[in-house]
Write a protein that binds this ligand. Structure first.
Ligand code: ADP
Ligand code: MG
Ligand code: MG
Length: 239
């Protein structure tokens, strides 16, 4: 089975077609960069795959199962949402052990895993502090940890670098590459190319609800040139 299979996915908001027939087959164990300018439909695609948006047409499967199968969600999927919506009044420890238990872990296992990830991301000193006192980048790290705590097989990240400094970006890059080593599938959505061209096995360029290029970074540049999409592409790279 494919990690992700999407056929003719369409979505309308208020009469506007924001996804215009997306077709995608993603192999297991790949890192996919899903890039495109603001408003292209990246977050909508991710949210539909995760069952967070209704009213679409088309077929969406994860590991061969239709996305309505709840079991797939709890056990195998991790999600870093675009906006960090954490429980501000909780400590990182309270929040992360809560999420771990939601995913079915025992408290002690969740606590150990959360602390280990806090250590890797260099924020273990604030494990017992309230999230409301954290910087934006620290909140983003807590969200990333919450998506990894149950060891998911497939990880969806939506603009995961928000608020992160250069050193933290490097740590995230290393984490994603080590997840790939473990055979995990990663679907990385962003309007910026930062780290995407370095970690992705394949990059998909979305523009105005449609896939306009798909392939390696070099293939992508070639397609962008052929289709005169430089203006869009340059917004993403900032070159
Ligand atoms: P991206 O993540 O690529 O920036 P989005 O998927 O967030 O793009 O949005 C795609 C389009 O759909 C945009 O025009 C956006 O305004 C619109 N949109 C997204 N979510 C909603 C919503 N809940 N209601 C109405 N319009 C929406
Ligand atoms: Mg957006
Ligand atoms: Mg988005």
């Amino acid at each position: 089975d494919k990690a992700i299979l999407i056929k003719d996915l369409k979505m309308n908001f208020d009469g506007k077609e924001v996804l215009k027939g997306i077709n995608l087959e993603i192999d297991k164990g790949n890192i996919i960069g899903y890039i495109g300018p603001n408003g292209a439909g990246k977050s909508t695609t991710v949210k539909i795959i995760l069952g967070l948006v209704e009213g679409y047409t088309g077929v969406v499967k994860i590991f061969g199962e239709d996305i309505s199968e709840e079991e797939v969600y709890k056990k195998r999927i991790g999600y870093v949402p675009e906006v960090a919506e954490t429980y501000e009044s909780l400590t990182a420890r309270e929040y992360l052990t809560f999420i771990g238990q939601l995913y079915g872990l025992e408290y002690d296992d969740a606590d150990k895993k959360a602390y280990k990830l806090m250590d890797i991301l260099e924020i273990k000193d604030v494990y017992n502090s309230k999230i409301e006192s954290f910087s934006k980048g620290m909140k983003q790290k807590v969200i990333i940890i919450s998506s990894l705590i149950h060891n998911p097989d497939i990880l969806f990240l939506d603009e995961p670098l928000s608020g992160l400094d250069a050193n933290s970006v490097m740590i995230i890059k290393e984490i994603l590459l080590s997840l790939k080593e473990e055979g995990k599938t990663i679907f990385y959505s962003s309007h910026i190319m930062e780290i995407v061209e370095k970690i992705s096995d394949r990059i998909i360029l979305l523009n105005d609800g449609a896939i306009v290029a798909d392939g390696s970074f070099d293939d992508l540049k070639e397609s962008v040139h052929q289709k005169s999409l430089e203006q869009i592409f340059n917004q993403l790279t900032g070159f």
